[in-house]
Write a protein that binds this ligand. Sequence first.
Ligand code: SAH
Ligand code: SF4
Ligand code: F3S
Length: 453
Amino acid sequence: MDNKRFYIETYGCQMNFADTEVVNSILMDNGMDPVQSAEEADIIFVNTCSIRENAETRVWNRLKEFRSLKKEKGELTVGVMGCMAERIKEQIIEQEQLVDIVVGPDAYRDIPNLLKEVHDGRKAVNVLLSLEETYADITPVRTSGNGVTAFVSIMRGCDNMCAFCVVPFTRGRERSRPMSSILREVEQLREQGYKEVTLLGQNVNSYNYEGIDFTRLMDEASRANPEIRFRFSSPHPKDFPEPLLHLIAERPNLCNYIHIPAQAGSDTMLERMRRPYTREQYLKLIDRMREIIPGVSLSTDIIAGFCDETEEEHQATMSLMKIVEYDLAYMFAYSERERTLAHRKYEDNVPEEVKKRRLSEIIKQQMNIQQKSNEAEAGRRHLVLVEGESKRSDQQLSGRTDTNKMVVFDRLDFGKGDYVEVEITGSTSATLFAKPVRKSSIAEFHAGQAVPA
Ligand code: SAH
Ligand code: SF4
Ligand code: F3S
């Protein structure tokens, strides 16, 4: 193949970023070299997301830019991978000369063949979804990122069919990756100096590989790597395993942070969304989390303006968020997606301005909550894993607490990958400021915390 240099631009969730690392590995095994910008590349892949309209719009615009680049350069191969593959297949190949390759999330092993087809002058498409593919034997190659925190995908697809969500259609049926291959990847990351691993799946609670469940996986992974911090995303409120809460509470390297998407705060809305839990059950789960893991930090996903949403239902979402006081929330205006239950059965009937107004009320309240919760951090000690220099100054470092809050402090003689004990001195709604106390480790910090003052 003459096309040697490749560049992958990634949109969407952490799982897409993890997939990009799998594709890096596949391309590099085929003799190609990663480059850091589209301009230097012979082959550009866009790893796409379909979750909301604006995610897709961004990709379409980018593809048009690449078309211009192609005209300038004369020769350039452009591929689309990820969650838009299925849709792009129909729209693009015939209509516009935007894309040469379309490859869906389960077909990445086929990319070398697809590149050959393009080389021979054909358009190449493979969007087949699989019941088994987990890329278990492929060691992802991390070409970007900070060298300290990594994502490891433990399962693929989703069987939940939430009424608003396109993921089950773009990524297919749920399947779990063998535990041994997950543990091997974590071990390799540790050997490369990584200090934090986030285990990824669309619903990690339903991880099951030959009878091994998610709690067991977390147990094994955290026991084998005591100086690696573990996080996970996302669990589903409908079947969150309580034994996992106890494990998080007793294991120092399982972070005291849980992302637990609520989506909405009323039973009627949850029912319409096909989220099989009630407000009361959700709040009870939150109580259990806080009882079992004192100081646990919580985040969530919320959708404003889903079909038929009444003002009362909106207020119920607001009040749920006020009761829980999340440390972080990802908040979205509903965006209708083809093929979903909502698209087939409901009407996207909340006017755009109403969606926007409700979303901004939700965001405003959340910012106030975060501001207060961050103010309450003043004077507390945290163990921060340094991820790199702060955005503002190379004299400052930034990293996150066990509870997933971003902290900025003076560099002194600390560096990337260090665990540093800090004392919080100030905050905004998004960032904590601190003074560093000493270099530490998970074991040391935890031992210090266990000693009564
Ligand atoms: N599997 C994860 C969510 C993945 S998508 C989970 O269930 O936790 C991330 C978030 O995007 C969802 O939690 C939801 O809040 C939001 N989302 C999904 N579909 C959406 C849509 N059609 N419009 C707006 N937001 C959506
Ligand atoms: Fe989408 Fe629901 Fe699956 Fe999450 S659990 S990916 S929101 S269908
Ligand atoms: Fe987007 Fe696909 Fe992730 S639709 S959010 S990239 S699973």
